[in-house]
Design a protein around this ligand. Structure first.
Ligand code: GLY
Length: 351
């Protein structure tokens, strides 16, 4: 089993990575009293894997809270439903929540845990690739508002994260590629060896064979950024490489044409193409990104779209600061930095 420790001043917790770890959950969650466990999940994951969790937790008094799959569940309405179910299960502050699913369930359930009764301990069991290498790590939990994604949330870390790469085997191809966009991002921002390794796989089977190491590598990169800048006011923003344009693309298409990873893929390519033209980025870098995105069945351009209209969507992005906007650029693959630019200059970087 591979483990990583997230060490924050006020809290430390472990990330466990192992195929089949779900079956050992009952042993890993030491039972100290008669605590109850509420498992928040979505109906797809419940159908596919719910029994694995209830079998693993057979010694515990546990109940499921099942929400609809998809981003629409990251809403105040679903959050209210979750609170009601937590009340029905008579969850108290000495009980525990488990979020069991992809990013939506992790963010929604984590936010419910952070706010219900002013905070309940919780564990993350991410099942999608994006959740395993990104959203379950680092304590960001939130719900969306009609005006934008993640507009209501907090930083609330789990007591542990249990990552079982076996869940990736039931993941739809498109959502596997979606997660690969974030894996590629880690290579771009911090680790050229990871980037090359990803370029070198001959088949998905080869990649899956290495998946524990790949997940470990991504989580350790994220751990470093989170430990250095937990509240996302400085270096952690590097993790947003490709996200300024990516978020705008998602919003412009009402979150129903491109997945998050696909939108980020386009964002990474477009900004690098531009920064290369400006002489900031090593020549040839945008082509390397294009090649790796193509290899992992990800888009690098948006068809039939008006860039200016897409960029207008950036205006509601919560990360904007007054007249400036922070963007992430590459010097070369594996070497990134934050550049603060005038908001009005944003078009220069994506046009
Ligand atoms: N997904 C970016 C972050 O957690 O900061």
């Amino acid at each position: 089993m591979m483990t990583l420790d997230i060490n924050l001043g006020h809290k430390s917790y472990k990330i466990y990575i192992k195929r089949g770890i779900i079956s050992q959950l009952g042993r890993l969650l030491t039972k100290t009293n008669d605590e109850k466990i509420a498992v928040i999940t979505d109906s797809n994951i419940y159908k596919l894997h719910g029994k694995k969790i209830s079998d693993a937790l057979s010694d515990f008094d546990m109940g499921f809270i099942v929400v609809e799959p998809g981003e629409k569940s990251k809403s105040i309405t679903t959050l209210q439903y979750v609170y009601k179910q937590l009340l029905n299960l008579k969850i108290t502050r000495s009980d525990t929540i488990i979020t069991f699913g992809g990013g939506v369930v992790g963010d929604l359930g984590g936010f419910a845990a952070s706010t219900f009764l002013r905070g309940i301990p919780y564990f993350q069991i991410p099942t999608s690739l994006t959740a395993q290498i990104d959203s379950s790590i680092g304590g960001k939990v939130a719900v969306d508002l009609p005006e934008g994604k993640n507009l209501v949330g907090s930083f609330y870390h789990p007591d542990a994260v249990f990552i079982d790469p076996d869940f990736l085997e039931t993941l739809d191809e498109r959502f596997f590629s979606d997660g690969m966009a974030e894996v590629i991002k880690y290579g771009c921002i911090d680790d050229s060896a990871l980037f090359e390794r990803l370029m070198g796989y001959k088949s998905k089977k080869d990649l899956l064979t290495d998946m524990e190491q790949i997940i470990y590598k991504c989580c350790s990169i994220k751990k470093n950024f989170v430990e250095e800048d937990e509240k996302d006011t400085g270096r952690r923003m590097i993790l947003n490489f490709g996200h300024t344009f990516g978020h705008a693309v998602e919003k412009y298409f009402n979150y129903n044409k491109y997945t998050h990873g696909e939108a980020v893929a386009v964002g990474m390519y477009k900004i690098t193409k531009k920064s290369e033209e400006m002489g900031i980025t090593k020549p040839g870098t945008h082509n390397l990104i294009k090649n790796i995105l193509t290899k992992y069945k990800l888009p690098y351009e948006i068809a039939d779209a008006d860039n200016r209209a897409i960029l207008k969507a950036i205006e509601v992005d919560k990360k904007n600061k007054g007249p400036y906007i922070d963007i992430v650029l590459l010097k070369s693959i594996g070497d990134s930095f934050i550049k603060r630019i005038n908001r009005d200059d944003i078009f220069m970087y994506f046009s």
